[in-house]
Design a protein around this ligand. Structure first.
Ligand code: FES
Ligand code: FE2
Length: 398
């Protein structure tokens, strides 16, 4: 069921999706204090493994030193080069700068200067790179640029048990990344509402599901949708295939259909018995975002190598289906962004879109905006709309 009944206010103004100053505030007040996935846990699993990437424009490297993970700013104190190139390395005991070879230990302190005598008079003793908080959670490694705040699992709140159930013991099957010329919220909001289904996915999903099949939850740090359609009730060869597949291969299946979670602000989790995805919408600019899809399947399955072969074949079908649906959504994001640049009305949300309200409320609270109580919010409907939307000709037609 939905959490709310009736309309909800669109809490964020159109400028929240286009304005550079707004974007800078989000980066400072919200993303700068959050956890960001940098790499797969497998990529830094062994002593000496290193992985370099970028978080909110800051070069970061994670290194495994004797089983412990360390995250450091990947910028050399000599003449500011990235110390190690982006991607995985098997570096050994130190981080070694790719330009002149200065070396740093796992705490970030300078361990070796090449040709140290030519720097006579320079006090290198206390030179250390800034370090960041780093955590492994499930199959991923997360970094937080802020020294304070909740751990990643604390941020998940009461979702953490379900996260650990569906995001441990996994095998990575692929990572896909692409950029889109839209604000990050356009992507997240599209992913968390099903109101667009009949227009955008008429073949793949067809129509709205009745409210009774939605298991909606709005928690302080996430919103969740559970699909309550009984596993056995769907017709069609594909779903029959997946049912048989679940029974044959999966140990301790739940036989629930998929669950979708938006961990605020920008993670989109999609998980079930046979597949777990962790997708991230990274804000690159007010009107530019990068999406990364990490996809996994359970590692411990029945039937050994034959089971794994069947699992890989099924994933080809499953991922092809997922990409088709994603493509339908991706093509609708730029028209939304274009409209936001010239929007006049404040917007409004239906209770079917209440997970959009959830993420907007999270953003508003992080940015210190007043969030009106819901009854007061009803006054924010577009002026042209009838007070009782259910009685309007538009509502009657749907
Ligand atoms: S820039 Fe790193 S050693 Fe020179
Ligand atoms: Fe969609």
């Amino acid at each position: 069921m939905f959490v709310h009944s009736g309309s909800l206010p669109h809490l964020l103004p159109p400028a929240a999706y286009t304005d550079a100053e707004w974007f800078a505030r989000e980066r400072r007040e919200m993303f700068g204090r959050g956890w960001h996935p940098l790499c797969l846990a497998d990529q830094v699993a062994k002593d000496g493994d290193q992985f370099a990437g970028e978080i909110l424009g800051v070069p970061v490297v994670v290194m495994n030193r004797e089983g412990r993970l360390h995250a450091l700013r990947n910028v050399c104190a000599h003449r500011h080069s990235q110390i190690v190139p982006d991607g995985p390395q098997s570096g050994g005991k130190t981080l070694r700068c790719q330009i002149h070879g200065w070396e740093y230990d796992e705490s970030g302190c300078l361990a070796k200067m090449t040709d140290g005598r030519s720097f006579k008079g320079f006090k290198a003793g206390a030179l250390c790179l800034p370090s960041f908080r780093v955590e492994q959670a499930g199959p991923l490694v997360f970094v937080n640029l802020s020294p304070e705040g909740p751990t990643f699992l604390e941020h998940l709140g009461d979702l953490s048990a379900e996260f650990q159930r569906f995001y441990t013991g996994l095998r990575h099957v692929g990572t896909w990344t692409f950029e889109s010329p839209v604000n990050w919220k356009v992507i997240v909001e599209n992913a968390v509402e099903s109101y667009h289904v009949p227009m955008v996915h008429p073949q793949t999903f067809q129509d709205y599901r009745p409210e009774e099949l939605h298991d909606h939850a709005l928690a302080p740090t996430y919103s969740r949708y559970g699909d309550l359609l009984p596993y056995e009730s769907e017709k069609g060869l594909e779903s029959l295939g997946f049912r048989v597949y679940t029974r044959l291969l999966i140990k301790n299946p739940t036989f629930k259909r998929f669950t979708h979670v938006n961990v605020y602000p920008n993670y989109l989790l999609y998980f079930g018995d046979i597949f777990s995805a962790f997708n991230v919408v990274e804000p690159l600019g007010p009107e530019r975002s990068r999406l990364t899809f990490y996809s996994f399947v359970p590692r411990d399955i029945h039937w050994g190598w034959a089971g794994r072969l069947l699992q890989d074949l099924s994933m080809v079908v499953f991922i092809r289906m997922g990409k088709k649906i994603a493509q339908e959504d991706v093509s609708r994001w730029p028209p939304v962004q274009q409209g936001l640049r010239s929007a006049l009305f404040p917007g409004v949300l239906s209770c079917r879109e209440e997970r959009v309200y959830g993420v907007q409320r999270y953003v508003a609270e992080r940015l210190g905006m007043p969030v009106p109580p819901l009854d007061a919010g009803r006054a924010q409907r577009p002026p042209a709309a009838s007070e009782d939307a259910a009685a309007s000709p538009i509502a009657a037609a749907t």
